[in-house]
Ligand binder design. Structure first.
Ligand code: OGA
Ligand code: MN
Length: 299
């Protein structure tokens, strides 16, 4: 039986049924998922029960996998395989992380609008997040459509953004929350990297903003102007009409296009409820400046 597609919004989010991602997928199913992903940027696969290995195998259909940034730390005991990002609120023994736990404070950055791995020179293509355990209230994930947000910009703004390069760092987003506890290895790994502000998507041909709270400066622009512009763009892009809010059901698998969306996790009582979320992340094909043929000036 072929997969079924049910639009949740006209062009941004869709649910996919009649597919068991825990089993090997036929080439036809993979092609159908890819086609849906080109049209919609957020796909929801309800009721998927599978192992971490099957989850990673599904992700490999879309490209090479990233490894978790926690791998950098030797003081952190990993709960999950190193190719999986742990975005829940649990420690290696499946207990709730204490309020002042470094990992918890660091993960609070996921509450800011962002796209995954834009702080890496080669950023993410897509993220595939599985909800193993869900709080009964709160803990939604919101997604913003940066293609639709770009289309709605005034022409003057579109012209202003042409050729601009922003610098992204994990330390920039964490600083917004007062978090600055990085060791030397992390400081080196999280040096700012250049990313285009506007990109063309090779598969759909659509044009998209490329934004995240990781962005702090823009080449050739005074810092204050850059911050004001980035703030304005994030505000414009996250207006209600561009946002899909996902209310998790247990065993939902949600896949989003990191090239043309932002997302953020919403508040929940994380000292009371367990939220076990596991993410596989697929790398993009090339750095964004390279994809857009832009030479990079110094920061
Ligand atoms: C992520 C992320 C938000 C959430 O998995 O990359 O930012 O709601 N998640 O868990
Ligand atoms: Mn994220």
């Amino acid at each position: 039986m072929a997969i079924s597609i049910h639009a949740v919004t006209p062009s941004f989010a869709a649910e996919i049924g009649d597919v068991d991602l825990g089993r090997p997928l036929s080439a036809t199913d993979v092609a159908a998922v890819k086609a849906a992903f080109t049209q919609y940027a957020v796909l929801v696969f309800p009721d998927q029960t599978f192992s971490d290995e099957s989850h990673l195998d599904f992700a490999r259909h879309f490209g090479p996998l990233e490894t978790s940034v926690f791998k950098l730390r030797t003081d952190h005991k990993m709960r999950l395989p190193e190719q999986m990002a742990d975005v829940g609120n649990l420690d290696a023994d499946n207990n709730i992380l204490a309020e002042n736990d470094r990992i918890r404070l660091y993960q609070l950055g996921n509450r800011l609008w962002h796209t995954d791995s834009s702080f890496k020179r080669l950023p993410a293509y897509c993220s595939i997040l599985h909800g193993r355990s869900i709080p009964p209230i709160g803990g939604h994930t919101e997604f913003a459509d940066l293609r639709a947000a770009y289309d709605a910009l005034p022409d003057r703004m579109k012209r202003r953004l042409e050729g601009l390069v922003a610098w992204h760092s994990l330390m920039t987003s964490r600083a917004k929350l007062g978090f600055s506890d990085f060791d030397e290895a992390e400081k080196t790994a999280f040096e700012p990297v250049p990313q285009v502000l506007v990109r063309r998507l090779q598969d759909s041909g659509r044009i998209s903003l490329y934004l995240a709270s990781h962005a702090g400066t823009i080449s050739g622009m005074p810092r204050a102007d850059a911050e004001a512009l980035l703030k304005e763009l994030i505000e414009r892009a996250t207006q209600r009409q561009f946002v899909y809010s996902h209310r998790w059901r247990i065993n939902d698998l949600v896949m989003w296009d990191d090239r043309c969306t932002m997302h953020r996790g919403m508040d929940f009582d994380d000292q009371r409820y367990k939220r076990d979320m596991r993410r596989a992340t697929v790398s993009d094909v090339a750095p964004t400046c390279e994809q857009m043929g832009l030479a990079v000036a110094a920061e």
